[in-house]
Design a protein around this ligand. Structure first.
Ligand code: SAM
Length: 255
């Protein structure tokens, strides 16, 4: 049997009958064709996950009654922040969706010299994160922050993994081999402090000045993600997977 549909809501859970928003009501009634007595699972990022039963469902609204708590709230997550330079709209949306599936806590857009700023809509990205959290059975939704500049980010950064594909030889393709960052996996195995965040650059990469500022930042842990140049959204997926496998929930069993 398919599990009941799962929706993120803002309000408190478990306290009594709940009036669902017109959007949720239309989705449950018209898209999923649920009727009275249909089941829905609700989560809000605080109270775990609750099973509700629909007392009524119509075009303009629906009422749901709590049955039981199915999952407890997660302990305050130790998940990373992803600093990312916005890319083209579809690729940015893929990055947000995949980073949510991979358990990121916060997504912070960072504006760099070569950033594509076209149509960065934080509200749209936030709804993509909500959908990805609903679909991936997460109990929390990552926060999408308003963009900040790279200069602002570097004023007081948390410890962060700097995904650096480049070398130091400016005349060579991708900066040549000299000055390349070491591969991420052994760096993560050897570090005694879990980095709190990761940074992925824009499609055109960081400028030499930006890269020099990042390489000289004490909070930065420069790593390579291998010998191939990855698109930014692929680099985000690879870096987060390696982080979760070394420090997070891919390194131990959890429910
Ligand atoms: N330098 C390139 C250019 O000029 O087009 C490529 C930038 S790459 C498409 C976008 C971002 O993904 C980079 O800034 C970096 O953060 C990350 N990235 C891609 N491949 C990587 C690799 N092999 N190692 C580390 N980071 C990588």
């Amino acid at each position: 049997m398919r599990p009941a549909p799962r929706l993120y809501i803002d309000g408190s859970l478990g306290a009594g009958p709940l009036a669902l928003s017109p959007e949720h009501s239309r989705y449950l009634g018209q898209v999923l064709r649920l009727k009275e007595d249909g089941e829905v699972r609700l989560f809000n990022g605080r109270d775990g996950e609750w099973l509700y039963v629909l007392a009524s469902v119509g075009r303009r609204g629906a009422e749901a009654v709590p049955q039981r708590q199915m999952r407890q709230g997660e302990p305050a997550a130790d998940a990373p922040t992803l600093f990312f330079a916005p890319i083209k709209r579809t690729q940015t949306e893929i990055l947000v969706q995949k980073a949510t599936e991979l358990g990121v806590a916060v997504l912070q857009p960072v504006i760099t010299a070569r950033t594509n700023r076209d149509s960065l809509r934080v509200d749209r990205l936030q709804s993509i994160a909500v959908e990805a959290a609903e679909q991936s059975e997460r109990l929390t939704v990552p926060k999408i922050r308003e963009p900040m500049s790279l200069t602002e980010m570097l004023e007081d950064p948390p410890s962060f993994v700097f995904c650096d594909e480049a070398g130091d030889q400016e005349a060579e393709p991708w900066g040549g081999q000299e000055g390349r960052a070491p591969p991420a996996r052994p760096v993560f195995q050897q570090t005694d402090k879990k980095p709190e965040a990761l940074l992925i650059g824009p499609e055109g990469g960081f400028t030499p000045e930006e890269r020099a500022a990042l390489r000289s930042c004490d909070a930065a842990l420069p790593v390579s993600l291998g010998p191939r140049i990855l698109r930014a959204e692929t680099a985000a997926i690879v870096a987060l997977t390696l982080w979760q496998a070394s420090f997070g929930d891919l390194s131990s069993i959890s429910s």
